[in-house]
Design a binder for this molecule. Sequence first.
Ligand code: EPU
Length: 336
Amino acid sequence: MILKNNYSLLNYNSFKIDVKAKEFVEVNSTDELKEICKINNRKEILFLGGGSNILFTKDFQGLIIHLNLKGKTIEKIDSNHSIISAYAGENWNKFVNYCLEKNLGGIENLSLIPGNVGSAPVQNIGAYGTELKDVFVSCEVFNQKDCTVKEYNLDDCCFDYRNSIFKTKKHLIIISLKLKLTNNDHYINSSYGGVNDELGRLGIKNPTIRDVSEAVINIRNRKLPDPKNIGNAGSFFKNPIVDLKKIEAIKKNFIDIPNFKVEENKFKIPAAWLIEKAGFKGKNFGKFGVHKSQSLVLVNYGNASGKDIYKLSLSIKEVVNRIFKINLETEVNIIL
Ligand code: EPU
């Protein structure tokens, strides 16, 4: 382990914000993680995975621990299922592709999501009708407070829409996770968000898990900017969930408000729609702006500061609140 001082985080955050960490270290094993945390237990510590869901608004004055633990194993548990284990530092999309190569189904809808395996449970990543919790078995968790490691099962993690226990309890660090996947092409979920339409466009009638993955990749590539080219962190806000009364009130002025029932008297409204109606879609402020095809995504066109993006997010929240009386919640982790 090499501790670096005044270390640039430019290549460690997908927003491509040029900030520095006072101290930075990369850990490659659980033992290294324990060791570095024991030595530095009084410092302000930030654990960083793939950096694809974080916005730095200034230099970080403490220690950044970059989680780079690697490795994966597959264990067939019956003729239909396997348990796959993967360490936190594995790239999520490469991991999905690995599973597809092994013909393991269940996470193909989560293709091309940026970030690392260890971050997936934190916000219960979800896309195109699948959430991590649907295939989740357990994860190994390092507790920074007492330097112990414990296994967390599905219930322990308190998963919800873009939420889990790890979102608020920042001292709980995911080291590895176990998923239960199908061995063959049993699991196909293509009914959501245009996946079936895209499969139709590709001329596919009986889709395999690889076909679903291809369809999802095509849709994502059309709608979402590639962080390799344009700095961004995916959806900046969560989709708000409101009751019927709220929907009816908004309908008086916006008859076409899209909404999806999630449970009795709870409806999800696309935040992208609210932001679009608030006039922000495609807005370009020079160095930064709102993406032209998906208004949930704030972008850094180059050399924007974290504060620029943060201020833009506050303006969006303010205008959406003024028009719709809805308080948008950020889904990106903002380091103030
Ligand atoms: N819409 C607009 N304007 C836009 C884009 C979308 O009005 O600019 C409306 C349309 O009515 C559309 C609806 O929003 O039908 C839904 O759009 P989309 O399918 O793109 O999904 P989303 O709800 O905006 C969520 C996730 C995405 C995920 C997609 C696909 C959240 C916060 N975001 O977006 O996740 O890829 O569904 O399942 O739940 C991410 O977390 O970084 C992310 C990209």
